[in-house]
Design a binder for this molecule. Structure first.
Ligand code: C5P
Length: 293
């Protein structure tokens, strides 16, 4: 039995670091938004153990890959088959703050439940497995527009924002999430991290409110990686109404009022950037995760 699933990316419309937790992670208040940029995850039941093949990006295909770990965790919880073969086609920029690895893990968990028809794998049980794999996996099991609290893994569904175009610009730098959080921690060690008091996101969010969000990691990432600052300035000069870092970067997303052409935008940006036009997705649009072949 085999099937292929779309594994969508996300942006963080808002990301606020509200404190340091006893477990060493940071307490977040973030708004996730699914976007239509996706990797493809093909699953084929059979064989022994987990076998993973990755194309489209030079990534490890062993246990260090979250898709591999997700399959192993699923099969050790529900040992209904001896093995699964996974083919992962990468399109989402790696190390961009777009959650590609976590999204792949969520796609594997949902895909295996779909193929094996595991009745016990309730959403809550999958969320538990997902949380152990990484902080963002829980969001990808829900999708749409959602608030993330705790490590970012306590997910509260928000009413979906209307779908709209977003531009993603990924500068040619590799950002380590762990290092960014470590530096944030060092910078804020001698003072209380204070929340500016975000808008009442959970009472209903619209694009005007989302535009007033921010990302607490952005100043630090722009200082550490001047390329990110250059892209930020170029997008503002190109007329973007909102330019914001997603997660710990290095991808910035931008919203324009008027339609803008990709050639025009690319001509204003450093040549080694990756520029992608995407569209946000409502939770209902995610229901067609399975690719019909
Ligand atoms: O969950 P994930 O493995 O993506 O996180 C990578 C690293 O980022 C963690 O090991 C941790 O150092 C840091 N992090 C954090 N607080 C969070 C999420 C991640 O400090 N809420």
């Amino acid at each position: 039995m085999r099937a292929t699933y779309r594994s969508f990316a996300k942006v963080n419309l808002h990301l606020e670091v509200v404190g340091l937790r006893p477990d060493g992670y940071h307490e977040l208040r973030t708004v996730f938004q699914s976007i239509d940029l996706c990797d493809l995850v093909s699953l084929e039941l059979g064989g022994h153990g987990v076998r993973l093949e990755v194309s489209g990006h030079d990534l490890p295909a062993d246990e260090s890959n979250l898709a591999h770990r997700a399959a192993a965790a699923f099969l050790s919880t529900w040992p209904l088959v001896d093995g699964v073969r996974i083919k992962l086609e990468k399109r989402i920029p790696v190390g961009g703050g777009l959650g590609g690895g976590s999204s792949n893990a969520a796609a594997v968990l949902r895909g295996l439940r779909d193929l094996l028809g595991v009745q016990l794998a309730t959403d809550a049980r999958l969320q538990e497995l997902g949380r152990d794999l990484g902080a963002d996996v829980a969001f990808f099991l829900t999708g749409g527009t959602a608030l993330g609290l705790g490590r970012g893994d306590e997910i509260i569904r928000l009413a979906d924002l209307p779908e709209r175009d977003l531009w993603l610009v990924t500068p040619a730098v590799e950002v380590s999430t762990a290092e960014v959080f470590q530096e944030f921690r060092d910078l804020t060690a001698d003072r209380e991290i204070s929340s500016m008091g975000p808008p009442a996101w959970d009472e209903g969010l619209d694009w005007q409110m989302a535009a007033r969000g921010w990302n607490d990691l952005q100043p630090l990432v722009m200082r550490r990686f001047p390329e990110v600052g250059r892209v930020y300035n170029a997008l503002v000069e190109a007329g973007a109404r909102v330019v914001r870092l997603s997660g710990s970067g290095a991808t910035l997303f931008a919203c324009f009022e008027a339609p803008v052409g990709s050639a025009e935008l690319e001509s204003r940006l450093p040549t080694d950037c990756r520029v992608l036009r995407t569209r946000t997705l409502k939770r209902t649009s995610l229901q067609r995760l399975r690719v019909v072949q």
